[in-house]
Design a protein around this ligand. Structure first.
Ligand SMILES: NC(=O)c1ccc[n+]([C@@H]2O[C@H](COP(=O)([O-])OP(=O)(O)OC[C@H]3O[C@@H](n4cnc5c(N)ncnc54)[C@H](O)[C@@H]3O)[C@@H](O)[C@H]2O)c1
Length: 322
């Protein structure tokens, strides 16, 4: 059945890929994005585009919408430490306005982009949804605050909602991929070395208690992530706030990522060893059990080489177009 969805942040990396998946399934999509970190050309063909802020969502949301997929947020951890007020205003204040607009328009279905950063330094891995939440940055804290806000909205006002706590999203979906500025994610940074835009990749810390001494992270292909959003829309129930981690359940070390990029690109990728960065946990790996049980989701692209190959194809496409 065709449904109509508002996709906030649909000109950004993850939002644009999810919007494309919704359109491919025959749904109608309106993207609401202020282009603060997004790109108008990333809005997939076939979507209606409103250039505007979620803080003003009440101007556009109306009862014809079946639900909202909410990606719009600031997500630079370092910036959030330097300018926490920017994160509270946009991520928390913006979502509060969005929820109020949904309430007045009677739009009662929401999928929210939460994050592994809500957990902070894990006590044990793989991380389950019942793990303590102790974010180590204002970014993580702002996302956790929104999770709590959504929980209250479900309990008090019958919203049906799913918070998806992403681990490291990576890869690309055809012409849609990662273009953060500044880029802080490992795979696109290593690919910049392969493209000759950066001389070497810095490896922060070689003395972690991991097999090769470098940090281990859980990389999830953005197209697998998009599938989880479609499943979430069907798995939600009025009055319930479901929280699911989204990761592969597999960890890859920084060295393994760099080595995979070497294999995929054929570039030697020089490394510079740097000291540990404060607040970087040794291992962050998701338990994907809840997503499997509650959403029926299993990642279909768990191989790191596939993730890197898609990201590389996208990076070269952008280089040719640049
Ligand atoms: N990329 C990851 O690895 C990752 C991991 C965990 C969680 N997340 C979450 O997923 C979501 C999407 O991340 P992304 O990597 O695609 O980021 P992104 O910066 O590419 O996309 C965010 C989009 O939201 C828009 N936006 C920001 N504030 C807005 C506002 N007030 N009104 C309207 N539009 C606004 C931006 O212009 C941008 O297009 C974010 O909420 C982020 O916190 C991402």
């Amino acid at each position: 059945m065709t449904r109509k969805y508002l996709v906030t942040g649909g000109a950004g990396y993850v939002g644009s890929v999810v919007a494309a998946h919704l359109l491919e399934r025959g749904h109608r999509v309106t993207v609401l994005d202020d282009l603060s970190t997004g790109f108008a050309e990333a809005v997939p063909e076939g979507a209606e585009f409103i250039e505007g802020r979620i803080q003003d969502a009440g101007r556009w949301l109306d009862p014809t919408y079946d639900g909202v997929l909410h990606f719009a947020a600031f997500s630079q951890v370092g910036e959030s430490v330097a300018r926490p007020e920017k994160y509270w205003e946009n991520n928390v204040g913006g979502t509060m306005a969005l929820l109020a607009a949904m309430r007045s328009a009677g739009v009662r279905r929401l999928v929210f982009s939460s994050t592994a950063a809500t957990y902070g330094e894990p006590e044990s891995v793989p991380i389950t949804e019942t793990a303590p939440t102790a974010p180590t940055s204002p970014y993580g804290a702002s996302k956790l605050a929104v999770d709590h806000m959504i929980g209250g909205e479900c309990a008090a006002h019958g919203l049906a909602a799913v918070s998806l706590r992403y681990f490291n999203v990576a890869g690309a979906y055809g012409v849609l991929g990662e273009r953060h500025a500044p880029e802080s994610h490992l795979i696109p940074l290593v690919l910049q070395v392969a493209l000759g835009r950066r001389e070497a990749i810095s490896v922060y810390g070689e003395d972690y208690p991991t097999p090769d001494g470098t940090c281990v992270r859980d990389y999830i292909h953005v197209a697998d992530l998009a599938e989880a959003h479609l499943l979430a829309l069907d798995a939600m129930t009025a009055g319930e706030h479901l929280i699911c981690n989204l990761g592969n359940g597999n960890g890859f070390s920084v060295r393994e990522v760099v080595e995979t990029v070497r294999k995929v690109t054929g570039h030697p990728i020089p490394e510079i060893t740097a000291p540990r960065r404060p607040g970087d946990p040794a291992v962050l790996v998701a338990s994907a059990e809840a997503a499997r049980e509650r959403l029926g989701w299993t990642p279909s692209r768990p191989d790191l080489a596939d993730v890197v190959a898609d990201a590389w194809a996208f990076a070269r496409l952008r280089e040719e177009g640049a």
